[in-house]
Design a protein around this ligand. Structure first.
Ligand code: SF4
Length: 218
């Protein structure tokens, strides 16, 4: 068993005061490990996944296996409108670090609509060794954010250990890609594009078609 002891187990007041506990799973290793880590600390946890409809097949397969480990379903949250709609709205402009409209419209808005106005604690999978990274932190006043891995000192090695001990390991896409996300994600590195073309040539072709649309608009 893992040697970590979650501070959450000792925080009975927080457990009792908030009617909702939510944990977002991206399909990546950190959030999946957090979901496993919290499974026994927060029995009423609601797990969710923002489904853009464009994730890798490996991610969907991994989520199904994770549901077995968690013993409960992972709720899929869909944006009311998909990538094609927003691509039109933004006049054929791809998302970028300066204008990351995909995350805002296809992930954050569906999460906040699902949570509504009830008080909720959102558990975010920032690790202890990357505490300068920002995760999803809502600006809504009814949502409190907690970082159990930072609070408990769980680092990269700890995440791998949690997944290993749970018997699920890493998602298969880690063989060729560094993170979960849309198959056409514009933040991919060159090696990841090559990996996509080799593992999922049909998805690679669709990503190329999106790029061609952008070029036509210019
Ligand atoms: S994975 Fe990439 S394209 Fe998809 S929502 Fe996230 S940043 Fe946008």
């Amino acid at each position: 068993m893992t040697s970590y002891t979650s501070t959450l187990l000792r925080d009975e007041q927080a457990m009792a005061e908030s009617p909702r506990h939510i944990c977002g799973i991206s399909g990546g290793k950190d959030s999946s490990a957090l979901a496993v880590y919290l499974r026994d600390c927060v029995p009423d946890m609601e797990y969710f996944f923002c489904d853009t409809g464009a994730e890798l097949p490996e991610t969907y397969e991994y989520l199904t296996r994770l549901e077995v480990i968690l013993g409960k379903p992972i709720r899929r949250l869909n944006a009311q409108r998909g990538f094609d709609h927003w691509f039109e709205v933004f006049r054929g402009t791809l998302p970028s670090p300066q204008m990351r409209w995909c995350t805002k419209n296809m992930k954050i808005k569906p999460i906040e609509a699902w949570i509504g106005s009830e008080p909720a604690i959102s558990y975010v999978a920032i690790r202890a060794d990357e505490s300068n990274r920002k995760g999803y932190i809502s600006t809504k006043p009814n949502i409190t954010t907690r970082f159990p891995f930072v609070e408990d000192g769980v680092d990269h090695a700890g995440v791998l250990r949690i997944l290993d001990e749970a018997g699920i390991g890493l998602p298969a896409y880690y063989d060729w890609r560094t993170r979960s996300g849309c198959y056409f994600c514009f933040y991919q590195r060159k090696a990841e594009w090559i990996g996509l073309s080799e593992r999922h040539p049909e998805l690679f072709d669709r990503a190329v078609a999106i790029e061609q649309k952008v070029l036509q608009v210019r």
